[in-house]
Design a protein around this ligand. Structure first.
Ligand code: C5P
Length: 239
């Protein structure tokens, strides 16, 4: 799978998503279905986008007891999506069960979806880590340890900030994948993302894939912005 550029389809209305995707008619897209879209439109949106030929990242961030996550992953594998995820905070047994479930649910002749783990949400800051989650380690240390735990559990990679990619690449194997949101063009508003990078910077830092939402979905001309950002992503020197 060459390096994906996932567009986050975070729309609050069916019609908006349709209009948006229609403007990309001629492009082969990688798209991310998040919780909002999945819980609103259900399995039909997965089938529809799969049939349209898009590569799909089903971003449902599972976190439950190992048995439940394993059985759920078995069901998700049957959807034949490309990437699914869990929270690393669910622990090793849960991540291993997720992987076993995916293996068991992948149909003969199909590729198992890649399984990645969320390390710490980018909305979690050091204060929250210490005061609310009672984790007394530095954020970098927590993120790297969670990435190693994901790797030890057999997962394919992690979701993380592009700024954390060099640390994770140093601590994990070369084949371990990093998927990074928090991507903007130089000219964009940052929004609620705290630390952002451009697609080219993400690639230079070593990101395997990027996730871009509002820079494209809220643009006056989404196709033009997508092409510009994709050019930056594809054209940048790989780390
Ligand atoms: O609009 P924006 O480009 O900030 O969208 C980023 C996307 O990546 C959203 O769908 C968001 O849910 C997702 N995401 C994130 N930070 C994480 C994990 C996922 O921003 N740590």
């Amino acid at each position: 799978m060459n390096r994906p550029f996932f567009i986050a389809l975070d729309f609050d209305e069916h019609a908006k998503r349709h209009r948006f995707l229609k403007s990309f008619a001629a492009e082969t897209l990688d798209v991310k279905i998040g919780m909002e879209l999945f819980y609103r439109e259900g399995l039909s949106v997965v089938h529809e986008l799969k049939e349209a030929g898009y590569r799909l990242f089903l971003d449902l961030k599972l976190h439950d007891i190992p048995n439940t996550v394993g059985r759920t992953m078995r069901a998700l594998a049957e959807l034949d999506v490309d990437v699914v995820n869990v929270h690393a905070a669910g622990g090793k047994a849960m991540m291993e069960a997720a992987l076993e479930g995916l293996d068991a649910g992948t149909r003969a002749g199909k590729q198992r979806p890649k399984l990645i783990a969320v390390t710490q949400l980018t909305s979690t800051d050091s204060r929250m880590l210490a005061e609310e989650l009672l984790i007394d380690k530095a954020m970098d240390e927590v993120v790297v340890r969670y990435a190693q735990l994901a790797q030890e559990s057999g997962l394919d990679g992690v979701v993380c900030s592009a700024h954390e990619v060099p640390l994770i690449r140093a601590a994990c194997s070369d084949r371990f994948l990093t998927v990074t949101p928090g991507i903007r063009r130089q000219v964009d508003q940052v929004g609620d993302q705290v630390r952002v990078v451009t697609p080219g910077e993400a690639k230079a830092l070593g990101s395997w894939a990027i996730v871009v939402g509002r820079s494209i979905t809220a643009a006056a001309d989404p196709l033009a912005v997508y092409r510009e950002m994709n050019q930056d992503w594809k054209g940048a020197t790989e780390h």
